[in-house]
Design a protein around this ligand. Structure first.
Ligand SMILES: Cc1ncc(COP(=O)(O)O)c(C=O)c1O
Length: 377
């Protein structure tokens, strides 16, 4: 069940909104403590807050994590790092996207650590250190299996053979990223771990960071010096084959706009993709794909009304979604009634899975029209 309360004091803005997104900052802080608690003493825990803290609002999320004890933050883009620096003057901020040519001074001006993803980036940062006349900190990313970012094996070989290339650089963390950590017994996990250990042995000594959310739960071999979780902080299940150890952070509720009856043979929505087979009561709910609610939930997903599942029937429109509320009493489905879209009975992972996607995408697409209500923190 969601820990996000049912009945917040409804502000006029909340009453006007088609949907209310409640974000529980106490649950977020608790999730940080749960993740940090997985590691042995001496192992630190970072927070990945890229993409506006996975859609939940970096300006609200990052300070709460800092108060919970987090000092290391990862973003993807330079501008995300600059925004975060304004929020957290004392945090260590790491930019995963790398060091694009000509942007060295932005990193320096905002005290951001670039993640060096190639030998070229190592060279650029070392040259900047030369100009500055002192060592500059950065993370060094080796690719152990994602084939996305980080030094590929041939560049790692060259760097291992010519470690003086790192002379001007204080490596904060040697990092790599797991491709399949949510599948506990996937063979690639152990292969990436072995390659990461080998890379570490071949390069000048530096602290290391390897585990994303699911990696945290692969055990201490994967922890090194710094855990690097993102999605689990926001309540998604990092152990999909087991119960979710995290607390729910997000609750999304939408209002019923209208209720109508449909008869057998009538169809519902664009494309007439749902044909009514028996007398059916339909409620039209005020959110749609224009709010980031996945259109792939058409005729697939469900919402919860007064604790009961109500299936989505017909196609999801831009601003609205139609649900079958035939099993509910009239007074449970009045215009204005809030239904649970993500929340009790319908956790973020289940909604994402019904939509054919992952919690990451569902969260980062949460719409801009929702009224946002933050609690706790
Ligand atoms: C390099 C890197 N580290 C850590 C993370 C956090 O991963 P997760 O959200 O699965 O915990 C990400 C997210 O994509 C990432 O790209």
């Amino acid at each position: 069940m969601s820990s996000v309360p049912d009945h917040l004091e409804e502000s006029p803005a909340a009453r006007r909104a088609g949907a209310i997104l409640r974000i529980d900052l106490d649950a977020l802080a608790e999730n940080y403590r749960i993740l940090a608690g997985q590691a042995a003493p001496g192992v630190d825990c970072a927070a990945v807050v890229k993409a506006d803290a996975y859609g939940l609002g970096m300006d609200r999320v990052a300070p709460v994590l800092f108060t919970a004890g987090c000092r290391q933050f990862f973003v993807a883009h330079l501008d995300e790092g600059i925004n975060l620096r304004a929020l957290l003057p004392e945090a260590e901020i790491h930019v995963l996207g790398g060091l694009m040519p000509g942007l060295e001074h932005d990193f320096l001006a905002h005290r951001l650590s670039p993640t060096l993803n190639s030998l070229g980036e190592v060279e650029t940062w070392a040259a900047e250190a030369g100009r500055q006349g002192h060592r500059l900190s950065a993370d060094l990313h080796v690719d152990t299996g994602m084939r996305r970012l980080g030094l590929p094996p041939d560049e790692l070989d060259r760097l291992a053979g010519e470690p003086e290339r790192l002379a001007g650089i204080a490596v904060s963390f040697l990092i790599s990223h797991l491709a399949c950590s949510e599948v506990q017994d996937h063979g690639l996990n152990a292969r990436q771990l072995a390659d990461f250990r080998q890379a570490r042995d071949r390069l000048p000594q530096a602290p290391a960071s390897f585990a994303n959310s699911s990696g945290v739960f692969l055990g201490p071999d994967y922890h090194f010096d710094l855990l690097r979780p993102g999605v689990a902080l926001y309540g998604a299940n990092p152990t999909p084959d087991r119960d979710n150890p995290m607390r729910p952070v997000v609750r999304l509720q939408s209002r019923i706009w209208q209720v109508r009856d449909a008869q057998p043979g009538e169809t519902v929505g664009y494309g007439a993709t749902f044909e009514v087979g028996r007398p059916t009561r339909i409620a039209t709910v005020a959110l749609g794909y224009g709010d980031g609610y996945p259109r792939t939930l058409s005729n697939q997903g469900q919402v919860f009304v007064a604790g009961q599942a109500a299936p989505i029937i017909g196609r999801i429109s831009m601003d609205s979604t139609t649900i079958d509320v035939s099993g509910l009493a009239e007074d449970q489905v009045r215009p204005g009634t809030l239904v649970d879209v993500i929340g009790p009975g319908n956790p973020v992972d289940a909604v994402a899975s019904a939509a054919g996607t992952v919690a990451y995408e569902l969260l980062t697409r949460l719409g801009r029209r929702y009224h946002r209500a933050y609690t706790g923190g």
